[in-house]
Design a binder for this molecule. Structure first.
Ligand code: FAD
Length: 383
C-alpha cells in the first residue's frame, strides 16, 4: 500500500476546484472528473462574504478578487415601492477589520476561472460523467457514462445540486419546489443610459424581492436576481432562458430605481428554487459529499458557494497527512466539523429574512474555515 491516498473529486465546480486546489498544494494525489467538455464560464453575479474570502485568500486568490470584484461599503435593505430604508449591513474596511477579510461582489465566471487556475490542467479529466461507484476493498471503482472506469482511495462528490454521488450514497431524493423562481442576469451598466442607480440593494416586496449589485470594480456591469412566485416552472439550470417581459410584469409597482434596471436589461435566465432539508450525514467510508451535493440552499443569504468553499478548506485540512488507511476517519472528521454549521445556514437561508432587520451576522461572516477547530469523528450508525 502506498502512503499517499488517491483522491477522486467529482465535479469541477466551485467546491470541487477549491478542494483540488488545496489538495494539490498539499502534495496530494488528486484528480477531478467533470462531465462538461471543457471549462465553462457560466452564472451571473455572486457575493463572496468574508467567510468565503478567508478560503480564497488561502488559495492565493485575494489579489484576483481585488482586481476583478466590486468592493461594497454597505448592503442596504429597502421597501419595494417607497424605497424606505430598512437596514444596512456595513461592509468595506469595517468588515475587513471586524472579520479579517472583505466582502466582494463579482461575476461567478470570474470566481470560477480564478479557482480553475489553482489546479494543474492535467488533474482535470473532462467528459467524465460519473455513473456508478463500486466499493473494492478499502477503495472505490468509479464508472463513467462513456464506459470507462477509474479507481481511487476516496471519492468526494462535489457534483452539485443534482449530485449523482449523493444519489448513490443516500438514494434518490425528491426536493420540494418552493413555487418560486429566480430571474437573473448580468448586463453592461451603460445600457442604463443615465445617472447611477442605487445598487447593493435588496428591495423587499410583500411576497417577492429583487437584489441589484455591480460585479466589477468600476461598476460597469450590473447584476440582478429576483425571487418571484411562479408555480408553473420547475427547472433548476444555469442556462434556462427567462423572459424579461414576464419579469417586468412580476415586478409591477416596484420603485422607479428597480424599473430602470429592468427596463434596460436585454435578457435573463430563470432558475426554479427548490428546498432540501439538511442531511443527518454525508460520508460513508471512503465516500463523502461537498457543497451543493450535501447542503443545497436557497440563495437568500448568498452563502451556497461560500459554504462549498468552507467545506473544501476543512476537508483538505482533515485529509492533510492522512494515509490511505486513515482516509475514512478524515472524511468523518470533516463531516463532524461541518454538519451543524451548514445545517444552520441552510435553515436560516430558507426563512428569507437575512439582513432585513440588521441583526448579528458575525456567526456567518466571522467563520474562518482555515482556523476553525477540527472536531473528532462522531459515533454514528451505518447508512
Ligand atoms: P457546482 O458549482 O454546481 O458544481 C458542480 C459541478 O459538478 C459542475 O461542474 C457539474 O458539471 C459537475 N457534475 C455534476 N454532475 C456530475 C457527474 N455525474 N459527473 C461529473 N461531473 C458532474 N452562493 C454564494 O456563495 N453567493 C451568492 O451570491 C450566490 N448566489 C446565488 C444565486 C442563485 C440564483 C443561485 C441559484 C445560487 C446562488 N449561490 C450563491 C449558490 C452557489 O451558486 C452554489 O451553492 C455553488 O455553485 C455550489 O458549488 P458546488 O461546487 O457545490 O456545485
Amino acid at each position: 500500500m502506498s502512503a499517499q491516498p488517491k483522491i477522486a473529486v467529482i465535479g469541477a465546480g466551485i467546491g470541487g476546484l477549491a478542494l483540488a486546489g488545496f489538495l494539490e498544494r498539499q502534495g496530494a494525489d488528486v484528480t477531478i472528473y467533470e462531465q462538461a467538455r471543457a471549462f465553462l464560464r457560466v452564472g451571473a453575479g455572486i457575493q463572496m462574504g468574508p467567510n468565503a474570502v478567508h478560503v480564497l485568500r488561502a488559495l492565493g486568490l485575494e489579489s484576483m478578487l481585488r482586481r476583478r470584484a466590486f468592493y461594497p461599503q454597505a448592503w442596504t435593505h429597502r421597501t419595494w415601492d417607497t424605497g424606505g430604508h430598512l437596514a444596512d449591513l456595513v461592509f468595506g474596511e469595517t468588515a475587513e477589520k471586524q472579520w479579517g477579510a472583505p466582502y466582494f461582489l463579482m461575476h461567478r465566471g470570474d470566481l470560477h476561472a480564478g479557482l480553475f487556475e489553482t489546479v494543474s490542467p492535467s488533474r482535470i479529466a473532462y467528459e467524465k460523467k460519473l455513473d456508478g461507484l463500486d466499493r473494492i476493498g478499502d477503495g472505490v471503482r468509479l464508472r463513467f457514462a462513456d464506459g470507462t472506469s477509474a479507481e481511487a482511495d476516496a471519492v468526494i462528490g462535489a457534483d452539485g445540486v443534482h449530485s449523482r454521488v449523493r444519489e448513490i450514497l443516500l438514494g434518490a431524493e425528491k426536493p420540494k419546489f418552493t413555487g418560486r423562481v429566480a430571474h437573473r442576469t448580468v448586463y453592461p451598466a451603460r445600457l442604463l443610459q443615465g445617472e447611477p442607480i442605487l445598487t447593493c440593494t435588496k428591495w423587499w416586496g410583500p411576497d417577492r424581492h429583487i437584489v441589484i449589485y455591480p460585479v466589477t470594480p468600476k461598476a460597469d456591469e450590473l447584476y440582478f436576481v429576483t425571487s418571484v412566485p411562479d408555480p408553473s416552472w420547475n427547472v433548476e439550470s444555469w442556462s434556462a432562458e427567462g423572459d424579461m417581459a414576464e419579469v417586468r410584469t412580476a415586478m409591477t409597482g416596484f420603485h422607479d430605481e428597480v424599473q430602470r434596471v429592468l427596463a434596460a436589461s436585454p435578457s435573463c435566465h430563470k432558475w426554479a428554487l427548490f428546498e432540501r432539508d439538511p442531511l443527518p450525514r454525508w460520508t460513508d467510508g471512503p465516500i463523502a459529499l461537498l457543497g451543493d451535493a450535501c447542503h443545497p440552499m436557497t440563495p437568500y443569504m448568498a452563502q451556497g458557494a461560500a459554504n462549498a468553499l468552507e467545506d473544501a478548506a476543512v476537508l483538505a485540512r482533515c485529509l492533510a497527512n492522512s494515509s490511505q488507511e486513515g482516509v475514512a476517519s478524515a472524511l468523518q472528521r470533516y463531516e463532524a466539523t461541518r454538519l451543524d454549521r451548514t445545517a444552520r445556514v441552510q435553515l436560516t437561508s430558507r426563512q428569507n429574512t437575512w439582513g432585513k432587520a440588521g441583526g448579528d451576522t458575525s456567526w456567518v461572516y466571522g467563520y474562518n474555515a482555515i482556523t476553525t477547530p477540527l472536531l473528532a469523528e462522531r459515533v454514528r450508525a451505518a447508512i
